[in-house]
Design a protein around this ligand. Sequence first.
Ligand code: URA
Length: 437
Amino acid sequence: MVGDPRTVVARKRDGMAVPAEELEAFVLAYARGEVSDALAAAFLMACVIRGMTAEETLAMCRAMVASGATVSFDLDRPVVDKHSTGGVADGVTLVFAPLAAALGLGVAKLSGRGLGHTGGTLDKLEAIPGLRTDLGPERIEDQVRRVGCAVAAQSPAIVPADGALYALRDATATVPSVPLIAASVMAKKLAVGSDLIVLDVKAGSGAFMKTVEEARALADACRALARDAGRRADVAVTDMSQPLGEAVGNALDVREAIEILRGERAGRLRDLVVWFAARALARLGSIAHEEGVRRAEAALASGAALERFRAMVEAQGGDPGVVDDPVGVLPRAPLVLPVLAPGPGVLAAVDAEAIGQASVELGAGRRRKGDPVDPAVGLIVGVKIGDRVEAGQPIGEVHARERSAADRAAAALLAALSWSEEPVTPPPLVHLEEGRS
Ligand code: URA
């Protein structure tokens, strides 16, 4: 880059605005390997502490898109892209992508890896033996045309700057920042030429945004970036005050997603996927939301969505047998420790971040940049806020490599659950949706 990159960091450190062209040059130079991790980490920390202006956020997002190629489509059907800002047991994409494909939409999605205490779609999908997510632009386009859906990674070809910064943020405690998350999420969305971007902004103990108000700010920042690029976005703030599904890991999440696709599992994760699929259909197909729900339910019941999942797995080199025998095909941890309710009561609150962190400690996430993840380990959390349990009732499982790690994770899970003697109303699934404030 022209000039000394330390001046960009110094400006941000001192609370001054960084001119758009300098910020863009800094991000692009980092992506080319010309700025060190140390300097980039200092910059990110300054952004977390000082915040970023709307112009800086836009410059960062634009630079990340410009760091690689973009994907465009010329298909006979509308293309939808969806993204979550990060949560615990958040397997929405694993079900949404094949479901929306079964409903006649094209789904092209660049996903992320686990970040902080949250799980990542790529890590989950790669738990399927053989499955690859390093698809180039042509391959994504071709797969969406043939199969209906593709879920791929940032790569040296597409938004490489986000790939590099994302991993660095994970390793340097610089994730929870509205502008950094908005730029990262939207760079991946703007690099893919979809007709509709569906954004799932999470709020609650398992999200980076702990309150609905903070999540609203993130939703607004993402919407502004979409608007600037002339793109259509549908943004909702959804509940992450407890794990969305039951599985907090990688292979465990894939198993849960397949069970939903096979029509074997109900619950909040399934309900939210159906809600998002119906919204996408309503927006792109000009039908009523209720009709979208009916069609999404039918595509799950008929097995059409499951068949799209099988085709996507096969197209990305994975073992399609996972659909028929997830337990046999997916990696399994040698030790499964049941977790029992400590007493009678009603689940009142959950520290979902602590549960996500327990899963990271087991090896399902990364402590250092570039660490491998263990696809087999994780937790099952079988209770939801408002559920009444009896003492000794099984409420979860720890899947671990060794007993001491399993005991620590079980203790962390129990410590993350708060109980009441009184009835507790479950939180809503969706806090805010487009068109309603
Ligand atoms: N998801 C992303 O893609 N980026 C973030 O920064 C957080 C969640």
